[in-house]
Write a protein that binds this ligand. Sequence first.
Ligand code: GRG
Length: 293
Amino acid sequence: MLTDYLADARTAIDQQLAQLLARSDCGSYDKLFDAARYALLGGGKRLRPLLLLAAAEGLGAARAAALPAACAVEMIHTYSLVHDDLPCMDDDDFRRGRPSLHRAFPEGLAVLAGDFLLTYAFEVIAINPLLSPATNLQLVTDLAQSAGGHGMIAGQVMDIEAEGKKLDLPAMEAIHRCKTGALISAAVAMGGIAANASAATMEILRSYGNDLGLAFQIADDLLDVAASMAKRGQSSSSDLLNDKMTYVKLMGYDQATETVRRLVGHAKAKLAQLPGDSLPLQALTDMAIQLEG
Ligand code: GRG
């Protein structure tokens, strides 16, 4: 039943994203849309838009009304991956199981396709006729703040600045809360906004989203370590802790795992306080945070 809900919501997101970037004859700039489609429609778990829909629908919003905001969040996420993969950033050749956008298309076009997705996200929210202008404005504001200069982009800059330096736990947490956590948290909050949730409900959603966002990043660090260990055939994680400045390196594998469990426990306790149906959010929490063992 719950798996049906998530599969159905995912299909709705994928269909709406495809529709938003439907083939049209753009003449001399066709390639921009080809590149954007390659990045946006080429896989991904759709965690952030699913969180948004689950929060919105659980609180009584119609799916159609919340879908544009859900797609906008996925566009922002995808643009961040496209830009993060560029040679001037992480220089990654692969993304979502295939060549990254700047490997499949000219690098300049990859930059511009990322810019396009970033800009289009706000247009998609602003022109949604199924929500009031005031609600759309609140959605735009939340998304801009989470993705912007005190949110995801700030996180990316802090991350770059931290390269080669020894960070303490609060500094690392600040980076993760901005770089990864802010958009995840915004996705959940935007679901509440789309549903016209009360201030008390918004507070619960934001607290849940903040914990989930941080847990997601630490769990990702843990999965990286586990994958490297499996690849190297090592039975102890200790050698791997020298590779990269991550939560796992700072805290050790076991304590990082414990931190994720604690954050997830706290996040789920918040969900239990929500009015409406929070079961899809519970299931998404488990889908987002997968720990070994
Ligand atoms: C370049 C503006 C700019 C920002 C980059 C978010 C970010 C900041 C970079 C992403 C790089 C990265 C790997 C971050 C760690 C968080 C993470 C695991 C992101 C991947 O999210 P998933 O697993 O990806 O939800 P899919 O492909 O499933 O959507």
